[in-house]
Design a protein around this ligand. Sequence first.
Ligand code: PLP
Length: 384
Amino acid sequence: MLPIYLDHAATTPLDPEVLEAMLPYLSSDFGNPSSVHSFGQRARGAIDEARAKVAALIGARDAEVVFTGSGTEADNLAIFGVLHQASAPARPDLVTSAIEHHAVLNSARALDRSKHNVTVARVLADGQVDLDDLEAVTSDTTALVSIMFANNETGLVQPLANVARVARAKGALIHTDAVQALGKLPIDVKTMDVDLMTVSAHKIHGPKGVGALYVKSGTRMQALIRGGSQERNRRAGTENVAAIVGFGRAVELLKGRFREDTQRIASLRDRLEAELMAGGRGMVLRNGSAEPRICSTTSLSFEGVSGEDLLIALDLGGIAVSTGAACAAGSPEPSHVLRAMGLPRERVDQSIRFSLGRNTTAEEIDRAVGTVTAAAERLRKKRG
Ligand code: PLP
């Protein structure tokens, strides 16, 4: 039997049409986009086209999209780029939240604390940022408020409109990490009223190693990587043309299928969740509230079962899931997201994240329910 992949929040398979679009740029169309000749012009044209597609999807102007080497790099660029820019001394501080991705949290930690205050807003038990706390910690020395759009472990959508209101009232810029939201929530940077936004290709069936940062025109931001004048001096280095083209094609493939895909995935996710909870007879609990969530993700705790043991048992049984964020997997640290929501350590250690994708089928969900329920019972008995 084919293994069942329920870890789409970690990454998604490359769409064959994306691969097809990329291939010429790995062979015949190899030009450097900065070259003046026809080889260079073809590569430049391909990048321009991809940029226009990404910009159109998020409601930005082409010139406001900066391609980066990953979502992580885009998060770093937003934070260091804004906080290190020369005219910042009057507003040196950063406000973020306790449930951000490590790309944001570890960038925040790396800021020079003698120059920048970093405040981490609290999170409510339901998995959303505590707006009262956010308001209390945002001040007229705050340069940037960085709050994600949707969380990668729980799938919970953050109250971005209110976050923007709080930040605007204090004159701060707003960055949102929308890596998990792209393709799952309608995104329009203008109505969302954000200044900077991170996206990444490999969560939408595009290639790994390419992301983008939306930078609203007029936003003062320093480059992180210096060298040539690529990306309008905001990200030096010869562009990864094939990956950027793949990102553009992946974005294009979202068009026309958004509503149908998200509804279908949500109903499969809800079925998985409901059946696992019913089969667990009170010993399977959802972490965080049911709404508002992106369609694909659920985080569940299995009482009396180690999440690590369950993950391994499921892998042996042909089901790929995770205990938390992929980049934190294998680390002895408990999920900072679930801890920030106030869950006791024991329950955090019993957690599994299931994340579905556009190729997930009802049959796979039925098989997963049976395998997960049986594995959890077996492990519970072994312990008990
Ligand atoms: N931000 C969030 C919310 C993510 O889920 C991820 C990836 O898991 C990233 C940032 C990092 O993106 P990338 O893998 O492209 O570096």
